[in-house]
Write a protein that binds this ligand. Sequence first.
Ligand SMILES: Nc1nc2c(c(=O)[nH]1)N[C@H]1C(S)=C(S)[C@@H](COP(=O)(O)OP(=O)(O)OC[C@H]3O[C@@H](n4cnc5c(=O)[nH]c(N)nc54)[C@H](O)[C@@H]3O)O[C@H]1N2
Ligand SMILES: Nc1nc2c(c(=O)[nH]1)N[C@H]1C(S)=C(S)[C@@H](COP(=O)(O)OP(=O)(O)OC[C@H]3O[C@@H](n4cnc5c(=O)[nH]c(N)nc54)[C@H](O)[C@@H]3O)O[C@H]1N2
Ligand code: SF4
Ligand SMILES: [Mo]
Length: 803
Amino acid sequence: MPKNDTGGSSITRRVFMKGAAFAAGTAAVGLGGAAGYDTWLKPAQAHAQSDEHLAYTYHQLHCGGACPMACKVRDGRLVQVQPNEAGGDRYATICLKGLSEVQHIYGKGRIQTPLKRVGERGSSDFVAISWDEALDLMVDTITDLQKQHGKDCVLVKQSTESLAQFMAPLFGAQTGGNGGIDNGTGNGLDPAIGHGGGYAYATGEARDWTNANMVLMVGSNFLESTLPQVRLFFEAKEAGAKMVTVDPHFSTTAGKSDQWIPIVPGTDAALFLGMVTAIIDNKWYDEDFVLQHTALPYLVDAKTKKLVRDHAEDPNAEEPETGEKNPFFVWDQSSSQKRAYTDAAAKPTLKGTFTVDGASCTTAFSLLETAQKHYTLEWASEKTGIPADTIKTLAQEYACNGPASLAVGWGGSDKMANADIGGHAAALLAALTGNIGKPGAHVGVFVGGAWNGYSASLGAWELPEQLAAATSKVASYDLKYQDNNVRAFICLGDAINQKYGNQNKTIEWVKKLDFIVTIDAYFTEGAKWSDLVLPTTSRFENDEEIGGIASGYNHLVLQAKVIDPLFEAKTEFWIEREIAKRLGVDQHLPKTARELVEAKLANSEDPYLAALTVDDIVKNGYLYPLEGIEKPRTAYEDGAFLTTSGRMDVYYDNLVEFGQELPAYEDCNEAYADNPLRAQYPLQLANVRTRFRIHNQFWDARWTQQFYEPYVELNPTDMQARGLAAGDTVEVLNDRGSFKCKVKGNEAVRPDSARMYEAATSDYLVEGNLQNVTNDTMIERGYALMTGPVIPFSDTLVEIKKA
Ligand SMILES: Nc1nc2c(c(=O)[nH]1)N[C@H]1C(S)=C(S)[C@@H](COP(=O)(O)OP(=O)(O)OC[C@H]3O[C@@H](n4cnc5c(=O)[nH]c(N)nc54)[C@H](O)[C@@H]3O)O[C@H]1N2
Ligand SMILES: Nc1nc2c(c(=O)[nH]1)N[C@H]1C(S)=C(S)[C@@H](COP(=O)(O)OP(=O)(O)OC[C@H]3O[C@@H](n4cnc5c(=O)[nH]c(N)nc54)[C@H](O)[C@@H]3O)O[C@H]1N2
Ligand code: SF4
Ligand SMILES: [Mo]
């Protein structure tokens, strides 16, 4: 047990922040002098009348549940966290991480005072300074830089968990544009549906799986990544849905499924293409749905491969012309001529080549049939390592025993460079079978809940025009490689570690910046590279009674004050107001957090929300159900998709130059089976999530740390081949860098792969950072996609040796 957890032993205001030093139990390292949790948690003296009350907040947003919490506060201290049951037992969810906050909010990773760097960048050598000094320094330095280089020389990047609202507009800073995270599969899936914004949010929610005959889970470990909804998985299973999980590893979800189908990493697109072939060859497709609701009967010019339209599109048009205004065409069976697809009298032909206005045209379906000839079951089997019969049966079950839901993920093949091709093929599966827009039939990422259930469209606080974020000319992931104007970086959370792969390159870039500020409750990897580190509050602390509001899984939930801010931490709202004062624009900001919450309700376009008051929500137990949530959300029940033509536009003629108008298989970037690099680095390193962590958070949560410490896992055969034993320290390396950590053998891990929970930063490993080895190659095609390329974190080969 680390001795110094009690804190209070600090003798100097100069502080070296290094988690590992704490973990090792080194004495006399302090965080600025305030008390640690042991002091707080010491059995209180039996007060005759201790003050005890319940207070309400919500927890993490990354889980998608924003679990509503009822917190017991005794004499000003948090002593117990329980689920808030005001929304009924379906929303009364909590996990070990939430329960452990009683200790973790006092954890040794907390930043206790504003810190100013005095040592070299990366040396973690800081002095404690006052808030006034810190904020003056921040505002002065940034405004100076902006005078020289323009407002957009400041970059603000925000973790999903950060509650800041005004940081970028206050400074007129840029936010980095596309981020390349969680958009791999969505890039390929979403254009076909007009849904998901490039992030593949599912078209329905997991509650509706009880109406499915099959849930096909590919590349998601739902039972660890969506803890607030775990019971929905089991409810579906009990209701008779066959749960099938496709995963290279025997994941927690695979273990609870009816069937586990192991797959070669990075080959999900080949599995889907094999299924498409089986569905076409065996005529398992739903011809009515295909003809009425998809682009597959549209005519394509054989020469240009472009869809035939009424007139050429204006290349300078801001928005693509809808199909209504500029129709696509089908071949009408009755009149043997082209007809607008919108023409109700047209009887579209599915297959064939026709002469249209002197040009040879083929239906998209026929082109698909031809393209699929290459993707035989045997080919798919060879790529994926899945027997051809298994693929065929899977295709038959998905197509013929529906309704079926196809649940793709963000943490598996999404983080491979070829994820978009899999997404595109997934769209074809739904389009061919009609497994979309019906009870039990959905497609997309089901992780979370807030993103596929009902979510509140909260309004915003209106700012004057002069307070607006700048546009970003270079996307975030390109900043380290392309010329750009960024000189200062404000990180709300650990952007430096989490938002970029290939850490050594990130650090090369970051070192060149003039000024870096981190605002976080916990000291992070990125904080080490910062000039200024500012402590913000956890979800439990506030200086006002009402601190914020969030849209969780089908409900609104308030963040009310549980306890006063700990140490010298301040809320992000307070920090933003202080910055605004220094910039002389504070009159444009809400005066209190409550006023901000009120505006978010009142300014909502949703009349249901606009009619709600903060007091209504308080009276209801600090959470409020959204309208109509009794029925699980099902998008596109009317068959009207939010695409150019209003149908499932599965033919992507904007990608003709990449040969991707229909999904054409390409290997992933690095981790493909026969990459010659495997001679040196034979193992693919899968970066996955764990129920014990939210990314880089909870490493210092001692109550959960006892169940889980960071390590890399290998199949026992790979352990043996390297002479490794459980608990050995190993070096994980490739040409980009290396790190050292403990190793464990696990039969669940696929041979020739290694598995590790991402966001293991150097303070919690033996040496170095997982991010040192990850791939950050942005492939050319990615730039033509909806949200730009994806950072292929798991498209990474490594070797592992005894250290
Ligand atoms: N190698 C590798 N890297 C990855 C991934 C991977 O698979 N492999 N996955 C990627 C994915 S999918 C994602 S979504 C990103 C996640 O990256 P982020 O969105 O950055 O998420 P977290 O790492 O959880 O960031 C949480 C940080 O915010 C801090 N924080 C918590 N609450 C607050 C608050 O109220 N205010 C402020 N200012 N800070 C707060 C926490 O202490 C923590 O440092 O990581 C990506 N990075
Ligand atoms: N507890 C917890 N929950 C979280 C988060 C967290 O940090 N902690 N983070 C949230 C965030 S930001 C995200 S993005 C989501 C991610 O949620 P998920 O999409 O469920 O991602 P993971 O949990 O990483 O699980 C990915 C699974 O894909 C498998 N896999 C790896 N490579 C491949 C492949 O090539 N093909 C296939 N088919 N499978 C593969 C892995 O073995 C793993 O089991 O989780 C969210 N929920
Ligand atoms: S970590 Fe996630 S699942 Fe656990 S209590 Fe918090 S919000 Fe809920
Ligand atoms: Mo994510």
